[in-house]
Design a protein around this ligand. Structure first.
Ligand code: HEM
Length: 125
């Protein structure tokens, strides 16, 4: 029963975030991701923040999954989606790294995300 309640709560909460992300513009989804990324980056080497950071990484995945379906003003949409998929994979790996308490790997993944971000902004922003 406790499991069911917690499962339903998590499902409902995820749905609420996903609905918010779907209703937002690409620009807003990017901004929401940026806020989460800054929060993560400032605490990424602190193991006591790993649980919060795993949750924030999962939220970034939700915003980026919505942003993936939103066409940017410039560039090729298929190529844009491929780079967004790559970024979403990095975010999922980041969530896993925090869950595994692997802060070294988390820092590496954050660097890779920043490289993807630069490439994405150079090509599509
Ligand atoms: C974690 C990585 C990323 C973060 C934190 C991020 C964050 C942001 C921010 C803060 C903006 C500016 C919003 C504004 O104008 O106020 C933006 C815009 C944009 N980003 Fe990203 N970005 C990331 C990765 C990417 C990637 C990988 C792509 C492409 C594949 C991308 C494509 C774009 C585009 C097209 C815009 C312009 C949106 C618009 O104004 O309509 N971004 N991003």
């Amino acid at each position: 029963m406790k499991f069911m309640t917690s499962f339903l709560f998590t499902a409902l909460f995820s749905l609420m975030i996903f609905n918010t992300a779907s209703a937002q513009s690409l620009k807003s989804n990017m901004k929401s991701t940026q806020t989460l990324l800054k929060q993560i980056a400032s605490t990424a080497s602190s193991p006591s923040s790993n649980s919060d950071n795993a949750q924030n990484a999962a939220k970034m995945v939700t915003f980026f999954t919505a942003a993936r379906a939103q066409s940017p003003d410039s560039g090729n949409f298929k190529d844009y989606q491929a780079l967004m998929d790559q970024s979403i994979d990095l975010m999922k790996n980041l969530e896993a790294a925090f869950k595994n308490n692997d802060n070294t790997q988390a820092l590496e993944l954050l660097q890779k995300l920043n490289v993807a971000k630069k490439e994405g902004h150079d090509k599509y922003k």
